[in-house]
Design a binder for this molecule. Structure first.
Ligand SMILES: Cc1ncc(COP(=O)(O)O)c(C=O)c1O
Length: 444
């Protein structure tokens, strides 16, 4: 049965959404998975394919917003989870599994000597900021305009600032993401223009005495999935050292980029790194890593630590064993495979834009790529900002991709998995060609 409004079989999803509307605000409990007229509800996943409740099978090119790097139903991850399930899902005691996953992260990431686990990336960023404040005794954080770091009050400032509120480029306003954010939060966040060395350095030095940390994602999705330039990162490192503040890399998505994460390919090293997504093997997770001197803020041996931190499900062994196996499966060769799939996807999409005479481009690297309409050079949040017309086109593309058998993010973000083959990428590119040609997408 077809749902008239979306022209694809979705009667069962429509029915679930009707039910959801009664008990969930707007029928939704996770903004990122909402789209109009209603979301499609998942039934099951296998490899790189997801089946919705109306029985339509699609290639999953978003992988739970980048977290499922091996797709669904990997036998080794499943075996680890079912093995742990039989021994206990969680305990009021630590388990060996948390030590093993921490050892793996310390082995892979040079800047990480010790790790603290959490249950989400939001918590990881929040805890990183609290550690930086405790370690430096200062209140302020600096972050780049547009960059998303989860929903902690301070971290979400200016993550989606609109042109009427973002202020001067040389001094971006700190824009609240949620209504009612206290003024005190806004005045403790310094917003930097991404990749603008001169302006960012000037702003940072102006606030040197209050600055606890500089938080940066080396390839922030909401800034357009553009890489931070090596010179920009070097400036941030220099300023952090000069001002005695901490440099924090948010690798919650970017850890997907290489065997040692994004920082494996960057000469600048952070003081602290936040992790999430792939390190949980499909389960909820977050982690914070850094050198032992800073991580001592959590050490309970002297009494109450400088940063008390617990969490009922923190380091639960289900997440820990799934994460360890998922990470072990990610060999250096896996990253070569993912890079090649990503390059194939990008090449195919760029060639399709060209062949159809439509202006568009692709940003990103490795297994992360993002489709944009327009060909203007993207260098920061403002140049990547999609106006209402571009948003409508992207939404039409997203819907058309769903009709043509591909699930991607409504923003044009794609995240590939090791479960994919070059044939799957060809299928995504073919779906893109059909979708782009449809009149609602082609119209500007
Ligand atoms: C860079 C970055 N930081 C933090 C977060 C928050 O992670 P979580 O959704 O697990 O809270 C996200 C989530 O997408 C992210 O992309």
């Amino acid at each position: 049965m077809m749902d008239k409004s979306s022209d694809m079989p979705s009667a069962n999803s429509a029915h679930l959404y009707e039910r959801a509307l009664k008990v969930l605000p707007g029928g939704n409990t996770r903004t990122t998975v909402f789209f109009k007229p209603h979301p499609l509800y998942a039934q099951k996943g296998d490899g790189c394919r997801v089946t919705d409740v109306d029985g339509t099978v699609r290639i999953d090119a978003i992988n739970n917003f980048t977290s499922l790097i091996h797709g669904y139903n990997h036998p080794d991850i499943n075996a680890a989870i079912t093995g742990q399930l039989a021994s206990g899902m969680c305990f009021g005691l630590p388990t060996e599994a948390e030590i093993s996953l921490a050892e793996l992260l310390c082995d892979r990431v040079e800047s990480v000597e010790q790790v603290r686990f959490m249950n989400s990336g939001t918590e990881a960023v929040m805890t990183a900021i609290k550690s930086a404040r405790a370690y430096t005794g200062r209140p302020m954080i600096a972050k780049c305009e547009g960059s998303y770091h989860g929903t902690y009050d301070f971290a979400e400032i200016s993550e989606g600032a609109s042109p009427d509120r973002w202020g001067d480029r040389d001094r971006p306003h700190a824009v609240a993401s949620s209504l009612g954010t206290p003024q005190g939060v806004l005045s403790d966040v310094l917003v930097l223009p991404f990749n603008d060395i001169e302006v960012s350095e000037k702003l940072l030095l102006e606030h040197a005495e209050r600055l606890a940390c500089i938080l940066i994602d080396p390839m922030p999705n909401r800034v357009g999935l553009i890489q931070a330039s090596p010179d920009y990162l070097a400036m941030l490192r220099r300023v952090a050292d000069k001002t005695g503040s901490l440099l924090i890399f948010d690798e919650i998505i970017a850890f997907r980029l290489g065997y040692s994460g994004a920082q494996g390919a960057i000469s600048v090293k952070p003081d602290l790194t936040t992790f999430g997504k792939i390190i949980g093997g499909g389960f909820p997770v977050g982690a914070l890593g850094g050198n032992a001197d800073i991580m001592a803020v959590f050490d309970p041996r002297p009494g109450k630590p400088s940063v008390p931190h617990g969490g009922t499900f923190t380091a639960n062994p289900m997440t820990m064993v799934a994460g360890q196996v998922a990470m072990q499966l990610l060999t250096r060769e896996s990253f070569v495979q993912l890079q090649s799939l990503g390059d194939q996807l990008q090449g195919g999409i760029e060639a399709t834009f060209k062949a159809q005479g439509i202006e568009g481009q692709v940003t990103g690297s490795g297994s992360l790529r993002r489709i944009h309409f327009g060909t203007a050079r993207l260098r920061d949040y403002r140049s990547s900002y999609a106006d209402a017309a571009k948003q409508r086109r992207m939404s039409a593309l997203h819907q058309a991709m769903l009709r043509n058998g591909v699930l991607m993010a409504p923003t044009g973000l794609t995240a590939l998995s090791t479960a994919m083959t070059p044939d799957d990428i060809t299928q995504i590119v073919d779906a893109f060609a059909k979708s782009l040609a449809s009149s609602s997408v082609a119209a500007s």
